[in-house]
Ligand binder design. Structure first.
Ligand code: MG
Length: 438
C-alpha cells in the first residue's frame, strides 16, 4: 500500500458501533428501533418577500419523521447553501440523528478551521433539525427536553422609532398600547441622530457624498431623546437602544455615562466586537446595562465578557452560533455569572431561528428578554405552528419537537430573488469616506 492509499483508507468513515449493538442499546433505552439519516434537503425561499432564507430538512429512516433547522445568513447566502449541499450532506447521510452532541462536535471538527460564520450556520441548521427530530420522537416539545418551562411566557421587546423625538414618543405609546413593556427606540435607523445629510458638510474633493456618520454628533443626540421620552412617558416603560457597533472606545463610554440618568433597560452593541475590552471602562464609570454579541461567532468573544461580568445581556443569534446545543451551554455559563440572555431576532431572521430561541428562552433561568420579529401573513402560511406574539409575549405551538413545519410547496413558489451586490451589508461612512463598523 502506498502513502496515498494509506491516507485514503484513513479517511473512510466507519460506524461508531455495530448495527447489532446499536439495536440493542436502542431497545434498552427507548424501546424504539435505531434511526439513521436517510436524506438531507436544503430549502431556500424569499419568504414571499425580500428574505434570503436557508433551511435544512433532515429526513430519517422512520417514515414521516424529519426535522427542520435554520442556516440563516443574509450576506453570504450561497456560500452557506454550498456548504450544506456539498460538504455537510454527504457527510451526514447514514449517521444516527439521536447523537446530537456527538454530531455537533464532529461536524464542528469536520471543517478543521472552525467557529467561522458559515460553518456556524451549517451547524445551527443541523443542530435545530436534530433537536426537532428528537422531540418529535419523544412526543415532547424541545423545551421539555431542555428541562421544562422555567416561565409561563417569553417577553419580547418591540422595535420603534421615528425621525423626531415626538415621532419616537408616538411610536413608543403605540407599542405600550399593544401590550409591550419593553421597547427599543431608534432616532431613525442605526446611527440615527449622528448623520449629516447627503452632500452637506465639508467633504473631500471628489469624495463620498452620501449621509455621513459622526460619533460626537450621535453621542450628543441620543441622551436628549431618552430624557424627552422619560419626561413624557415616565420611568415605567423598559427602554432599549441599539448603537449597532457605531462607536469607538471613549465615545462608547461617554454615551453609556450620559444615558445613566434615563435608566435604560439596556444599550445594545455600543462597541464593535473588535473593541470589547472597553466594556471594562464602561463598567468602571456607570451602571447603564450592556447587551452585546449580535455579530459574535466565536465563543472566545463571549466568555471573557461573561466571566468578568462586564456585560448584562448576551444577544447572540442562535442560527449564527451553532444552534440550540451551544446556546444552551452559553445560557448555563450566563446563569452562573448572573448575565442574562437576549437572543437576536428581527430584520432578516426567520421563524425557525425564532422558535429555536424560544425553546431555550422558556427553559432557561438566565433568560432576560427576547427580540421580536413580525412576519407577513404568507410566512405564517409557509410555517404552520410558528411562534406568535400576543401582547408582548412570544408563544410556541407546544407541539412535539420545535413545533413548526415548513410548507415546501409554498417555499418553492417563492424562490430566492437576485442577490444584489453579492448580498453585501450596506455599511455607513463618515464624512471623509471611512467605513463605519456595523
Ligand atoms: Mg442589534
Amino acid at each position: 500500500m502506498n502513502r496515498r492509499e494509506l491516507l485514503q483508507g484513513a479517511v473512510v468513515s466507519l460506524p461508531l458501533i455495530s448495527v447489532a449493538t446499536a439495536q440493542e442499546i436502542a431497545r434498552k433505552s427507548t424501546g424504539l428501533p435505531p434511526l439513521t439519516i436517510k436524506d438531507v434537503k436544503v430549502i431556500t425561499t424569499n419568504g414571499g418577500s425580500h428574505y434570503r432564507w436557508i433551511f435544512l430538512k433532515i429526513i430519517t429512516s422512520e417514515p414521516g419523521l424529519y426535522g427542520i433547522g435554520s442556516a440563516n445568513n443574509n450576506y453570504e447566502t450561497m456560500a452557506v447553501v454550498a456548504a450544506l449541499e456539498d460538504h455537510l450532506k454527504p457527510w451526514l447521510i447514514g449517521k444516527d440523528p439521536s447523537r446530537i452532541e456527538d454530531l455537533w462536535q464532529s461536524a464542528q471538527m469536520r471543517t478543521y478551521w472552525r467557529n467561522g460564520p458559515v460553518n456556524n450556520n451549517v451547524l445551527s441548521a443541523m443542530d435545530m433539525a436534530l433537536w426537532d427530530i428528537k422531540g418529535k420522537r419523544a412526543n415532547m416539545p424541545v423545551y421539555e427536553m431542555l428541562g421544562g418551562k422555567a416561565r409561563d411566557g417569553v417577553p419580547v421587546y418591540d422595535h420603534q422609532g421615528g425621525k423626531t423625538k415626538e415621532e419616537c414618543l408616538d411610536t413608543l405609546q403605540k407599542s405600550l398600547a399593544n401590550g409591550f413593556s419593553h421597547v427599543r427606540i431608534q432616532l431613525g435607523g442605526y446611527g440615527g441622530g449622528g448623520f449629516t445629510a447627503q452632500g452637506e458638510g465639508n467633504r473631500p474633493e471628489g469624495g463620498y457624498q452620501g449621509v455621513a456618520f459622526d460619533e460626537q454628533q450621535y453621542v450628543d443626540a441620543i441622551p436628549p431623546l431618552f430624557e424627552f421620552l422619560r419626561a413624557k412617558a415616565g420611568f415605567g416603560p423598559k427602554l432599549l437602544h441599539d448603537v449597532h457597533s457605531h462607536l469607538s472606545g471613549m465615545n462608547a463610554v461617554e454615551l453609556a455615562r450620559r444615558l445613566q440618568p434615563v435608566q435604560m433597560f439596556f444599550v445594545e452593541d455600543i462597541l464593535p466586537p473588535e473593541q470589547i475590552a472597553y466594556y471594562r471602562n464602561i463598567r468602571e464609570i456607570c451602571t447603564t446595562p450592556q447587551a452585546v454579541g449580535e455579530v459574535f461567532s466565536h465563543p472566545f468573544e463571549v466568555v471573557p465578557l461573561v466571566q468578568d461580568r462586564l456585560i448584562d445581556f448576551i444577544r447572540c443569534r442562535v442560527a449564527a452560533t451553532g444552534g440550540i446545543t451551544p446556546i444552551k451551554k452559553l445560557t448555563t455559563l450566563c446563569e452562573i455569572y448572573g448575565v442574562r440572555t437576549a437572543f437576536q431576532e428581527g430584520g432578516e431572521n426567520d421563524p425557525i431561528n425564532q422558535i429555536a430561541s424560544y425553546h431555550v428562552d422558556i427553559s432557561s433561568s438566565a433568560f432576560g428578554i427576547q427580540e421580536e420579529n413580525h412576519f407577513p401573513p404568507i410566512v405564517h402560511e409557509m410555517f404552520p405552528g410558528m411562534g406568535e406574539i400576543r401582547k408582548g409575549y412570544l408563544y410556541g405551538s407546544d407541539k412535539p419537537g420545535l413545533g413548526v413545519d415548513l410548507n415546501e410547496e409554498l417555499a418553492a413558489k417563492n424562490p430566492l430573488g437576485p442577490i444584489k451586490d453579492g448580498g453585501a451589508y450596506p455599511t455607513d461612512r463618515t464624512i471623509d469616506g471611512t467605513v463605519v463598523k456595523p
